[in-house]
Design a protein around this ligand. Structure first.
Ligand code: AMP
Ligand code: MG
Length: 357
């Protein structure tokens, strides 16, 4: 773990006090705490942890606990691991109801609620489609029509049957495949934030690559943790800086996994209602009170596009979004709800109302 003082990599702008004039911040880190930063690989990306702690020994212990928690969640939910609980469910639930543990049942149940609430734009059963399009193993290809038709019959959150009494999960059609790729990182960040909070940490930022961030408090004297949202067409450039305090931000983009064919880009976010990768927008960033919410909603809004996506978020207080569509020559940015201005067109503050202290 290293103390962070110098400028950090592309994904984060460490704070420079330009917006420090804003009002008092609840629960600032105690005087004398220092900022520590650690990066580790997990879930097919890198996780960054920034936190304020009294000394390196405590920071190291907190980081160890945080990364252990991420590893535990990956071991439970990864469909890239045959030994995971989610892989076990995918293997068995087409044959018989599978009893699972409260954590797995809880996340799947909430994912099913997102699936229903988004009209199936977010769909936790997207696994078969992901494999058919070759995105599971980075072998993107346009599938033959009969293969695609078969995958579509093996997709659909309505086929996911959950019974809270016995905590069982069953599939109404054989071959259904759960895939937490659209919500799992946000969930993991929430768990780490809860763990750090329970250990008395007042200010931390946890991020998974450039895709999701969860903030605990804010750095001293700052309105929030500065999170850089890239311009999708040139990701070294900044579209926006969002100062995040006690909230979450997730970005879904068509550049994470994709293939290009006949002048069209096919990316890893699939519209489960058509079976074809969504292409209304190029990038969507959603802010929400939790990482789970921002992650699921960024995927959903990416599928829904500007009109339906705006309607989805309008029903959800405490959310906001930045949608990017168009081409490098004609970039179109749409901003929805949720943000406070931070002094210029490209900087915002996001801090959701929270229950309790
Ligand atoms: P994200 O980057 O959070 O938008 O998540 C994209 C990942 O979510 C993909 O790589 C898939 O694992 C999964 N996914 C793709 N399409 C959907 C969808 N329509 N609903 C839910 N998850 C999806
Ligand atoms: Mg997501």
């Amino acid at each position: 773990m290293t103390t962070t003082g110098s400028a950090h990599r592309w994904l984060l702008l460490l704070l420079v006090g330009a917006t420090a004039a804003r009002g008092a911040i609840a629960g600032p880190p105690p005087q004398g705490d220092s900022l520590f930063h650690e990066v580790r690989a997990a879930m097919g990306t890198t996780f960054d942890l920034f936190l304020y702690a009294p000394d390196a020994v405590q920071a190291e212990a907190l980081a160890e606990a945080a990364f252990e928690e991420i590893e535990r969640i990956e071991a439970t939910f990864s469909t890239y691991r045959a030994s995971s609980e989610l892989s076990r469910i995918n293997r068995l639930a087409g044959h018989e109801p599978v009893t699972t543990d409260p954590e797995v049942f809880g996340l799947l149940e909430r994912a099913r609620v997102y699936s229903a609430a988004t009209g199936g734009a977010f769909d936790i059963t997207v696994g078969a489609l992901m494999k058919t399009w070759g995105f599971f193993r980075d072998e993107g290809r346009y599938p033959p029509p009969d293969t695609l038709a078969r995958a579509r019959t093996r997709t659909g959150w309505r086929h996911l049957l959950m019974d809270a009494r016995g905590r069982t999960v069953a599939f109404a059609v054989a071959g259904l495949e759960l895939d937490v790729g659209g919500i799992g990182k946000g969930y993991a960040l929430d768990r780490v934030a809860a763990l750090l909070r329970a250990h008395g940490v007042h200010a931390a930022l946890i991020g998974s690559g450039t895709s999701s961030f969860v903030a605990l408090g804010a750095p001293p004297g700052e309105p929030g943790w500065a999170v850089r949202v890239p311009l999708p067409f040139d990701r070294e450039q900044t579209l926006s800086t969002v100062y995040l305090r006690d909230g979450a931000l997730s970005t879904s983009g068509n550049y994470e996994r994709f293939f290009d064919l006949d002048g069209r880009r096919y990316s890893h976010i699939i519209d489960p209602r058509t079976g074809v990768p969504a292409d209304h927008v190029v990038q969507v960033t959603v802010v929400a009170p939790t990482g789970e919410a921002s992650d699921a909603l960024s995927t959903a809004v990416f599928v829904l596009g500007p009109g339906e996506g705006a309607a989805l978020l309008a029903d959800r207080p405490g959310t906001g979004a930045l949608l990017v569509s168009g081409t490098p020559g004609t970039v179109h940015v749409q901003r929805l709800g949720g943000f406070e201005d931070a002094g210029d067109d490209a900087s915002f503050i996001y801090s959701p109302e929270r229950d309790g202290p």
